[in-house]
Design a protein around this ligand. Sequence first.
Ligand SMILES: *Cc1c(COP(=O)(O)O)cnc(C)c1O
Length: 431
Amino acid sequence: MTNQELFNQSRHLIPGGVNSPVRAFGAVGGNPIFIERGDGCKIIDVEGNSYIDYVGSWGPLILGHNDPDVRIAVLNAINKGLSFGTPTEGELRLAEEICRLIPSVEMVRLVSSGTEATMSAIRLARAYTKRDLIIKFEGCYHGHADSLLVKSGSGALTFGQPTSAGVPKSIAQLTLPLPYNNIDAVISTFNAYGNDIAAIIVEPIAGNMNLVIPDPQFLQTLRNLSTQYGSILIFDEVMTGFRVALGGAQYKFGIKPDLTTLGKIIGGGLPVGAFGGRSDIMKNLAPEGSVYQAGTLSGNPVAVAAGLATLGKIQSPGFYEKLHTKAELLIHGLIDAASVYGVPFSAQSVGGMFGLYFREEIPTCLEEAKTADSIAFNRFFHAMLSHNVYLAPSAYEAGFMSAAHTENDIKTTIEKSELAFSTINHTSAKE
Ligand SMILES: *Cc1c(COP(=O)(O)O)cnc(C)c1O
């Protein structure tokens, strides 16, 4: 069957034909491609087209597709059974690895998605502080729990519903959305409501409104005010954990949050999330404490095996240096190519993630990210796709480099980008 035939059938049975909104090509136009298999940095669709992939399943696949060591670890686990609903040693070993690699995490609980991790961390923070208000930042995405789908990023932003329908007003009112990187807004909000704020949740490097890197002073202010007012600082490192550095964004900035949420890479492509942090807070979770949180498949042995194998490999010497060198090679190639064709464009990278912006300057908040030329991005996206390079189908997503991308793959990508950039200018709406 062709991509088109599969999509036509899917639309009748699955809303929008997809099981997660960003997979649809709603923002860029056209129909999604159906992938049959992945190999290294490539994905191959049902029609046999092969693409260099910079989405990596939206972040988890830092080793690339179908990594042989991860595959063997998963097959070994599968041979012993798929799920037991009892503790297993793998869960302990994954908890050990997480706590060792991210020292602010003294205790950790495993869940099955990033959404579960952030939702549970918020509940825990509210219980611990006996307060209700939370601060989040515009354009940050923390999964799709009610209290976090307020001025949200990622697909919610892409499809123009940053605050979802169906979120009760009474719940949304407990979330105070502030502009990212805006220190004054945080200070004045704490001045007004400080003693009622249970938690601040933040992407310590934002990757769901395209890539936005914080002013270190912004994160330090969040740390200082949380400490001063007894609020819980939650770093949502579902995307940045093991992606921007082995120790995550908190290592990069040298700032210690009270709680950290994880996902994506810790599952190596299978469903694993986690939240952890100070043990005096974590001990409030059931069955030790009174905050209920549970999951039939939490800490699933097959998923944990994929996570452990992935965390093992990313600790090899020079892993992140190589990743970053390749990301830099890519963005500098793209910047040069754009300038040859006079396309307003900027780009940056951090660790294994990068941002491409169809505007002259790198954005520092959602307002700025939104002024990028979306028509130019859409044309670029489709031109790249037609040249067998797969980018995220939205201007509000970061891109991901994997260990499986070679310099040759990147050179090919840059060559294709020259063809893509050459087609943008004379057809762009911004003339
Ligand atoms: C992907 C993501 C989530 C949600 O994780 P899911 O596994 O999709 O539920 C939460 N926070 C951030 C920062 C993310 O990038």
